[in-house]
Design a binder for this molecule. Sequence first.
Ligand SMILES: Nc1ncnc2c1ncn2[C@@H]1O[C@H](COP(=O)(O)OP(=O)(O)OP(=O)(O)O)[C@@H](O)[C@H]1O
Ligand SMILES: [Mg+2]
Length: 289
Amino acid sequence: MPGCLKRRPGFFIEMDPAAQPQPFVEFRDVTFGYGARAILDGVSFAVPRGKVTALMGASGGGKTTVLRLIGGQQRAQRGEVHFDGHDVGKFDNAALYVARRRMGMLFQSGALFTDMTVFDNVAFPLREHTQLSEALVRDVVLMKLDAVGLRGARDLMPSEVSGGMARRVALARAIALDPDLVMYDEPFAGLDPISLGTAARLIRQLNDTLGLTSIIVSHDLEETFRIADHVIILANGSIAAQGAPAEVRESADPLVHQFVNALPDGPVRFHYPGVSIEADFGNVEGGRS
Ligand SMILES: Nc1ncnc2c1ncn2[C@@H]1O[C@H](COP(=O)(O)OP(=O)(O)OP(=O)(O)O)[C@@H](O)[C@H]1O
Ligand SMILES: [Mg+2]
């Protein structure tokens, strides 16, 4: 790439770090909790521009919270959350609105509006956020539905489509406004292996053909490791690992080892913090400490 190489006079050619593309999203030493309960403790990571990044970790670990911090629905108590080079925590309402228009979100529940057709579900953000004529809305909706293979399903109601199809409609809706960043919160939950493979390939394909940056929160190790360029593992409030899928898989860290090998026992906490088991049940023989 022109500009990446810098010649030192009389010496050798080296990469100029200043020419490296800036991460699209970056957490810098972020601490966040709901009330007194700490969820993230000094978390730093980078989401590379143009890539598919997987955010993984145990249930309740704070993955959805990370997406909310990026979207500015929550604000970090300490540290900075950067979106395309700007600190989301410093955005006023107008700046947040502009930034959110550049983000597509597929929510964990993936819910469609049940009283609207597939077409109207995808048209919804366009009608809400743009002044496009109905003729243009139609063209955009059909293009997005075509991208997920459901142009023919435009007139169906959500109750008439399968779970996998509903997820693809939600995906079309998430990309309706041509976002730069798409965040998928568990896009594969509840899908059979074929629909899951289709959804995963679609996410990869949309990322590459539309020039997006994608973040996927997923529990599906196999499929996620296959399509992601970059993996971040969140455990016990910190980043246990981040890097290329192969690097993360090889990590010697016990937390990461437990997670990538899906081991039930290990340092990842299973229990929501609370009073000791003795406090609830008295002394139980063979009880947990
Ligand atoms: N609005 C809220 N108010 C208070 N606590 C919350 C709120 N949202 C989430 N939490 C708590 O924060 C923790 C992290 O939640 P979060 O939804 O980010 O986890 P997650 O990693 O997405 O989990 P899962 O994989 O189950 O979706 C949980 O223990 C949850 O109880
Ligand atoms: Mg979640």
